[in-house]
Design a protein around this ligand. Sequence first.
Ligand SMILES: Nc1ncnc2c1ncn2[C@@H]1O[C@H](COP(=O)(O)OP(=O)(O)OP(=O)(O)O)[C@@H](O)[C@H]1O
Length: 254
Amino acid sequence: MSTLVISDLHVDIQTEDGPKQILKGVNLTINPGEIHALMGPNGSGKSTLAYAIAGHPKYEITQGTVTLDGEDITEMSVDERARAGLFLAMQYPVEVPGVSVANFLRTAKTAIDGEAPKVRTWVKEVEQTLADLQLDKSFSSRSVNEGFSGGEKKRHEIAQLQLLNPKAAILDETDSGLDIDALRIVSEGVNKYSAQGDRAVVLITHYTRILRYIEPTFVHVFVDGRIVAEGGKELAENLEAEGYEKYIKEAANA
Ligand SMILES: Nc1ncnc2c1ncn2[C@@H]1O[C@H](COP(=O)(O)OP(=O)(O)OP(=O)(O)O)[C@@H](O)[C@H]1O
């Protein structure tokens, strides 16, 4: 059974002038253990896809379905999707003043698993995960994302990925703003998660540099609300050399 299946997804965004169609029929199947890289020009709808799958209320699915391990999650609320096993690492993680990282992680784990994790093993697991991501121990007591550097925010997203261990993860530009060492550390975190063999990963990125560390099963080119081309790692290298022009022209003439 495929882990994450996106079928004919059409999505409108609510704007001040009324609904605007952003996604125009996206089809994507991610089988267990696969990593799919999604690349495309600014404004083509990649984050819209991520938010629509995660259930953001601003994005209305007007047609199509999303299933996770065979379960239709299209109509579910955000928290129901998270409990069903979906995770979104956000492009711009939000600050939650007054809520500590430790409290946030434990509350999220409890909500998703339906029971609180055992204190001693959980504390160790959190400490080890933060250490692996080279985040200081004191990080646990800081407010979520408040005052975090760009790279710390992204590493915190990966800490959540590892600790919550969802069935499917959408990583929206998790590589942006990372220094060279942090890029490697974050990639190792994603690879460790994926190495379980039955997880699905969608990696939205603008740069091939992360694909040096994370081997994608497939690369997809996303233009004007649709996937317009698919291939292996070499497709990302071609894009780096040639840009999106050819695909934008083809999409405009279709
Ligand atoms: N409130 C809004 N009103 C009008 N258009 C909007 C609104 N919110 C988003 N959009 C448009 O939706 C389109 C898709 O945006 P989205 O963030 O999904 O693209 P993206 O491919 O993730 O871009 P990037 O690579 O720059 O992050 C863009 O053209 C954007 O301007």
